[in-house]
Design a binder for this molecule. Sequence first.
Ligand SMILES: [Zn+2]
Length: 116
Amino acid sequence: MNPHYSGVAERAAHRCKYCQAPEAVFNFPFEVEHIIPPGRGGADEDANRALSCRSCNVFKSDHVEATDPLTGTRVPLFDPRRQRWQEHFRAEQGIGHLVGLTSVGRATINLLQMSG
Ligand SMILES: [Zn+2]
């Protein structure tokens, strides 16, 4: 297991920093991901680590930006350490259905396939 898992998971209250899925519903621990991938110049330090479910991490891969499906513009992906989740996403009734409130929110949902 990632040596940083405990601290990162505790800080995230054991929820995925992208889709906010609770770790408890999965049968395996979430992953420690790099917000900016090391291959893109991201540092291997605490400020660049976030808890992510397997699904979000796989789709995020080494991307740092995505296309807003509404406007077609390329925007940076949501940064869970520097941006507030509530400003970019809203959870609709029913588990797993998320709505993007901003270009960043919509692009991130689209790339990470977070809307279920
Ligand atoms: Zn997730």
